[in-house]
Ligand binder design. Structure first.
Ligand code: ADP
Length: 188
């Protein structure tokens, strides 16, 4: 089984690349951001709980995440593996995942981060705001999401580097070139 974590700042292209990686290696793509947006659209209790955090660019509380992840993973019988897009986003989430994986007879095989500078990320997100109208893609919320990434998510680099699982990939360039680099690391 191949179980890949893909992370990076908001707007780094995680979603796009995760879908391509999932397709190429036959993995199940799990995006916690997509799950929350779906739940919110359907106005489920979980969606309503997450709404306030998402609109401010804050993280949804850690304790909500692991059960969501477990139930998504358990939907699939004998998967080739998973690609996690936007999870874990904090050290406690990573620790929860470390407990969950062995219960599912699985382990993390790669942790990849797309590296994109602030200026590029901000301009991409503002462009996405025009195209898709995501309510968390406005200037104030974007700057909060970037701060949250730096303070809460970036420490995961060290966490996974110490386990020998981490690789950073340049996230600026063409979608195909970035994808090729990701695949090279996955297959190395
Ligand atoms: P981005 O494009 O900012 O990386 P996502 O689409 O992955 O955003 O997620 C959107 C929002 O959903 C986040 O700002 C956060 O509020 C919530 N969210 C998604 N994944 C997580 C997570 N693992 N932990 C906490 N909150 C999350």
């Amino acid at each position: 089984m191949m179980n890949i974590i893909l992370f990076g700042p908001p707007g780094s292209g995680k979603g796009t690349q995760s879908i391509k990686v999932a397709e190429k290696y036959g993995l199940v793509h799990i995006s916690t951001g997509d799950i929350f947006r779906r739940e919110l659209k359907e106005k489920t209790p979980l969606g309503i709980k997450a709404q306030g955090y998402m609109e401010k660019g804050e993280l949804v509380p850690d304790e909500l995440l692991i059960d969501i992840l477990r139930s998504e993973m358990e939907k699939h019988v004998n998967p080739e593996g998973f690609i996690f897009d936007g999870f874990p986003r904090t050290i406690p989430q990573a620790e929860d995942l470390d407990k969950l994986m062995p219960e599912l007879h699985a382990e993390i095989t790669n942790v990849l981060a797309l590296e994109v500078n602030d200026q590029e990320v901000i301009s991409r997100l503002l462009k996405r705001a025009e195209l898709e109208g995501r309510s968390d893609d406005n200037e104030e919320v974007i700057s909060n999401r970037l701060n949250v990434y730096k303070t809460q998510t970036r420490p995961l680099i060290n966490y996974y580097d110490e386990k020998g699982l981490f690789a950073g990939i340049n996230g600026v360039g063409s979608i195909e070139d970035i994808f090729t680099n990701l695949c090279n690391v996955i297959e190395a």
